[in-house]
Design a protein. Structure first.
Lengths: 325, 448
């Protein structure tokens, strides 16, 4: 009489979802933005991304092996995603040693300090980016102009549309005729961080993430929606002081941040209602920083601040119970 | 347009390997085992003694309290012993063991064994419920709730709809599907009988879209009728769950336990139960056999068998071509909610809907990783719970918070665990917490 060999409780089938699969989907969704980046910023985009990914993976391996004393978690691809996202949030002329320092902070302080994947309260790539923004303010706030294929650290830099937005409000003389055209902003030929410039590529990434069910619509839609509502309202109140809302939506890290950074599993809420609250918070904070803060861009800070609220949101906001609807 | 329930659920591969295999009759066993507790409620009380002769259909144990069900012999022979046998759970339970007397089967005389379909039923509602009680019918979808109890709802509940569960959302299982196709006339009569017993004007038959042939067949049978309708449902697990089915068909939500479907005016019966009701009421045929699917990806001959209750599972497996070489788990029921059986000596009971054999590859759980807080478990939970939080309550032994977060309304469907990308055994933790919280609640109630 045959005996069963494995005894466990139901369910006995798994849907073959995995962390590696989710991370792979994120990486695939980032390909369009990367392709645009290489077309616009040439060799600089390649170098910065390669260095960032290599450094993040290396630090993850070193940290797991020698500090946490546990099997390395590089095979789950989360360090690769962190590396790509960190690079996408940097200008394409960052020197190699600065990227390596940023990667060390992202993986070391942002992730491994808290126990590795799943335990970090803040988005690791953004921890690295904000560290670099504070440490290397000059490099981090000058962006190479698009179209310099062979230039790296020697690229000619220019201002992003957000600089003009700030200029309008704070009244320092900016020539609004220098603003990039809307079609350039859609395709990404304007100065900016590597991965943030092309709205079309990023929205294509969103479609991939939604189609593969890697993320749900709640966070990106609530962030972008909030920014759209606030900027449109302000534009109608005073069009001389506040710019056309389309510029707010297409410039800076709004799309990259709301689609790829704010949706980071670990640092976002667990319920759909919580996700919407979190998204609205990010949208509001971004607009406050963009309009009234001293930095031209506020996406990174907005996401990190809302990351800190996630435990509170999860404590207070629960999913709709079946019997209570 | 196909409907479905509003929150949660997962799309899981259905593996309906035996959906085109006609029901075959398995010969009666030489030795049949009848556990006294094959239903929810008090065990049945034996009315035979060792050495008594019984026919096919003879009452051998009576359900004496209201919440119980009678058991009838499925073979003709002699009571060999009344002793402990292994149950599905691996524990030993009291059972009546009957040794078959061989080929010449003698049936109880009042049982109508002809194949004619009798559509007329002149009995009153009370008489129908009586026949169902005497036939020992329980919910054959797996829960084994005594049917006669369901048919007499609490006085303060007005039942307005009957829902027939033809969903069969568990992967591999096709027993209900085949029954719907091969015994449609009997099932239609069974639905009429249940409508009469409950005094309701409308019945719905819920079928998932992966059983197109059944949908077409019943659409034709019910065409032009307003009092009985087919509801085409989108394929989504766990739609066969009573609460999910009521939500999908009528959009009504059953409140938390101790509320019953009757509280929202609904009674749900499985198609296999409907067939058993027909047999009992029209043919005096007690519940002595049922259709069981034997399946698995490596099984030589996945099949649907009409099996006498009490037949050892080993005989079913033999009919399906034996246990495949690298089988690691043999399941009683489907792979989402079924239990691993530790021996193939256990007998088919009223709740056996399928025997599924899984390979080593399918059986092994993959290594558990950290929770990445992806929220997929929250999204998958059809009861709107937060499985990650409930699992954490288990580790922190925070029973009060688990109760506050609604752990007692978990239906243990397994959606959370089967969808977790970090392979965390969420339902194991939730079950553990549920047992702890349930014990505390019972203790508090006793003190009151």
């Amino acid at each position: 009489m045959p005996q069963t060999k494995i005894i466990s409780q139901a369910p006995h089938l798994h849907r073959n979802t995995s962390v590696v699969r989710s991370m792979t989907c994120v990486l695939i969704a980032l390909i369009p933005a990367f392709a645009v980046a290489v077309c616009n910023f040439g060799i600089g985009a390649l170098i910065v991304t390669a260095v960032s990914v290599a450094a993040c993976v290396l630090f993850e391996w070193l940290g797991c092996r020698f500090l946490l004393h546990k099997p390395s978690s590089i095979s789950d691809l989360s360090a690769v995603v962190t590396g790509v996202l960190l690079a996408f949030n940097l200008p394409s002329n960052m020197p190699v040693y600065q990227i390596i320092l940023g990667a060390a902070v992202a993986i070391g302080i942002g992730k491994l300090t808290f126990g590795g994947i799943g335990n970090n309260p803040f988005n690791p790539a953004l921890v690295g980016r904000v560290f670099m923004l504070i440490s290397f303010p000059g490099r981090m706030t000058s962006w190479p102009l698009a179209g310099q294929f062979t230039a790296y650290t020697d690229a000619v830099t220019g201002a992003t549309p957000l600089y003009y937005i700030k200029g309008m409000i704070q009244g320092y003389g900016v020539n609004m005729n220098d603003l990039p055209r809307i079609d350039d902003m859609l395709l990404g030929s304007m100065p900016g961080c590597i991965g943030e410039v092309s709205a079309v590529a990023l929205v294509l990434g969103l479609v991939i993430l939604l189609a593969t069910r890697t993320i749900t619509w709640h966070i990106p839609v609530s962030v972008i929606g909030t920014v759209a509502v606030i900027s449109t309202a302000l534009y109608f109140i005073n069009p001389d002081l506040f710019i056309n809302p389309v510029y707010h939506l297409l410039s800076g890290g709004l799309l990259l941040g709301s689609i790829f950074m704010a949706t980071d599993y670990t640092t976002s809420p667990m319920t759909h209602k919580g996700m919407v609250i979190y998204g609205i918070g990010i949208g509001c904070l971004t607009m406050v920083i963009r309009l009234f803060g001293s930095y031209p861009e506020g996406m990174s800070f907005a996401i990190l601040i809302m990351n800190a609220f996630v435990p509170l949101i999860d404590k207070g906001v629960h999913s709709k119970r079946f019997s209570k609807i | 347009m196909s409907r479905t329930f509003a929150i949660g659920g997962v799309d899981i591969k259905d593996y309906k390997l035996s959906c085109n295999k006609a029901i075959e009759t398995l010969p009666s066993p030489a030795l049949a085992f009848f556990p006294l507790s094959q239903h929810i409620g008090a065990p049945a009380v034996p009315v035979v003694a060792v050495g008594d002769s019984v026919k096919v259909g003879t009452l051998i144990a009576r359900g004496e309290s209201v919440m119980s069900a009678s058991i009838h012999s499925s073979v003709c022979g002699v009571v060999k012993k009344i002793d402990a046998v292994q149950s599905v759970n691996g524990t030993n339970v009291p059972a009546i063991v009957i040794e078959s007397s061989g080929d010449a089967e003698e049936w109880e005389s009042e049982i109508d064994r002809s194949a004619d379909v009798i559509s007329e039923c002149a009995l009153s509602a009370e008489q129908i419920v009586d026949r169902i009680r005497n036939a020992g019918i329980v919910g054959l979808g797996g829960a084994c709730f005594p049917t006669h109890v369901k048919l007499v709802p609490p006085k303060d509940c007005k039942i307005d709809s009957l829902i027939i569960n033809g969903v069969e959302c568990e992967p591999f299982l096709t027993a209900d599907h085949r029954l719907m196709l091969e015994h449609s006339a009997e099932i239609v009569v069974g639905i009429e009988i249940l409508k009469k017993a409950l005094d309701v004007n409308i019945a719905y038959l819920g079928i998932e879209s992966n059983k197109k042939d059944a949908i077409v067949l019943y659409d034709r049978l019910f065409s032009g009728r307003k009092d009985i309708k087919v509801v085409k449902l989108k394929k989504k697990y766990p739609q066969g769950g009573e609460k999910q089915l009521i939500d999908a068909v009528l959009g009504r939500r059953v409140p938390n336990p101790p509320a019953l479907p009757a509280n929202v005016g609904v009674v749900v019966e499985n198609v296999a139960t409907v067939y058993a009701v027909y047999q009992a009421v029209q043919k005096n045929h007690p519940l002595i056999d049922r259709v069981v699917t034997v399946s698995g990806t490596d099984v030589q001959n996945p099949c649907n068998l009409l099996v006498r209750l009490g037949t050892p599972v080993s005989q079913l497996i033999e009919k399906a071509g034996g246990v495949p070489q690298d089988t690691a788990k043999i399941l009683h029921g489907g792979p989402m909610m079924g239990k691993v059986i530790q021996s193939t000596d256990i007998a088919v009971t009223k709740g056996t809907g399928g025997i599924v054999m899984l390979t080593v590859e399918q059986s092994k759980r993959k290594p558990e990783m950290n929770c990445v807080r992806c929220a997929k478990c929250v999204e998958a939970c059809p009861m709107g719970l937060e499985p990650y939080l409930l699992a954490r309550c288990a580790k922190e032994q925070n029973w009060d918070y688990a109760a506050e977060c609604g752990i007692m309304s978990c239906i243990e469907c397994g959606c959370c665990q089967s969808t977790c990308p970090s392979m965390r055994p969420l339902l194991d933790w939730v079950r553990y917490t549920k047992s702890k919280v349930g014990a505390i609640i019972r203790e508090r109630n006793n003190k009151k």
